[in-house]
Design a protein around this ligand. Structure first.
Ligand code: TYM
Length: 323
């Protein structure tokens, strides 16, 4: 039995990058009978950026509804909010004391913002340690994540190894599962799609909002009649991630043939999303319109998660002479 674990921050609405990089691969792993899955909403992590409690709750519900819309089985598995198992904060202190400063100073999540140090709070700086705790507290074996989380997983293993080296085999060393064939999904501006860059595609938006948002994808100014380079266009890149090989081949021909505008491609992307995710969009809306139902689903996992967390934390405290 392998324990699969992964989390998504509630720092914004769930987006296509989260879906392709984490939700779909994680759900596929969870459907294997030999696995047991712990999927959670990283609401404590979202406090590094989101200070408004109402917005955090809305985002938490949106991320939870996305997992549920893609069919995560909350009976067989463990589905919870990170903050409802506060043992993770206790472990966070212990592991902070085993994490070298230079390791954190080298983290992309910090380095990307280090030119604006006044905006970096201590939580953002130690963010990778809390992530390590999320994983180690649950004895996770496999962590399915997108490529952007690779460094965080390496840090988790480093912290766990340092601790184990001093205190015996306390932590399981987790393996990252990263589908290297899935590119980092680009956002509307062609940069990495990210909740913090304001460039996301939220596949659960209403038809009208989704269409409007897809029309914001940045394209160059090649005139309608002229042939276009599909390999340098964000709409084409996004379409390719979702379409069948035949559909992609047709789209490529259209780009190269001319008389096919970016507006046509955006319309095709919009229609593909509506069609491909029709069922998930409907289920998502059922949940999002019934927050109590989402809360019930999340509550189911809290006790199961806490039971594991308490056992592991006890092991750590004993090793440290605190219990
Ligand atoms: P977060 O919330 O930024 O992203 C959640 C998951 O989505 C993947 N992802 C992407 N994949 C492909 N293309 C993109 N543009 C893209 N954007 C995001 C991420 O790789 C991730 O798998 N620190 C984590 C949350 C976390 C966590 C954990 C994950 C907290 N504790 C423990 C795993 C295990 C984060 O900020 O992910």
């Amino acid at each position: 039995m392998a324990r699969i674990l992964t989390g998504i921050q509630s720092s914004g609405k769930p987006h296509l990058g989260n879906l392709l990089g984490a939700i779909q691969p994680a759900i596929a792993l969870s459907e294997n009978e030999a696995n047991e899955s712990f999927f959670f909403i990283a609401d404590l992590h979202s406090l590094t950026t989101i200070k408004d409690p109402q917005i955090r709750v809305e985002n938490t519900h949106a991320v939870a509804a996305a997992w549920l819309a893609f069919g995560f089985d909350t009976e067989k598995n463990t589905f919870y909010r990170q903050s409802r198992v506060p043992q993770v904060c206790e472990l966070n202190w212990y592991l902070n004391c085993y994490t070298p400063f230079p390791m954190l100073a080298n983290a992309h999540s910090f380095k990307d913002k280090s030119d604006r140090l006044a905006d970096v709070n201590a939580g953002l700086f130690t963010y990778p340690v809390l992530m390590a705790c999320d994983i180690l507290l649950y004895d996770a074996d496999i962590v399915p994540v997108g490529k952007d989380q690779k460094q965080h997983l390496e840090m988790t293993r480093d912290i766990a190894s340092t601790f184990n080296h001093k205190h015996g085999d306390i932590f399981i060393l987790p393996e990252a599962q990263i589908d290297e064939t899935v590119m980092t999904v680009p956002g509307l501006d062609g940069q990495k799609m990210s909740k913090s860059y304001g460039n996301i595609i939220d596949i659960f938006q209403s038809d009208k909002e989704l269409k409007k948002n897809i029309n914001r994808i940045v394209s160059d100014s090649t005139p309608l009649e002229a042939p276009k380079n599909p390999d340098e266009d964000t709409t084409f890149a996004l379409y390719s991630l979702l379409a069948t090989p035949e559909q992609v081949a047709t789209m490529r021909k259209n780009y190269l043939g001319g008389n096919y505008g970016y507006g046509h491609a955006k319309k095709a992307l919009y229609e593909l999303i509506i069609d491909k995710f029709a069922k998930e969009r409907q289920v998502y809306n059922e949940y999002i319109n019934d927050p109590d139902l989402i809360e019930k689903e999340l509550a189911k996992g809290e006790e199961k998660a806490a039971a594991v967390a308490k056992k592991v934390l006890e092991r750590v405290k004993k090793a440290l002479g605190f219990a």
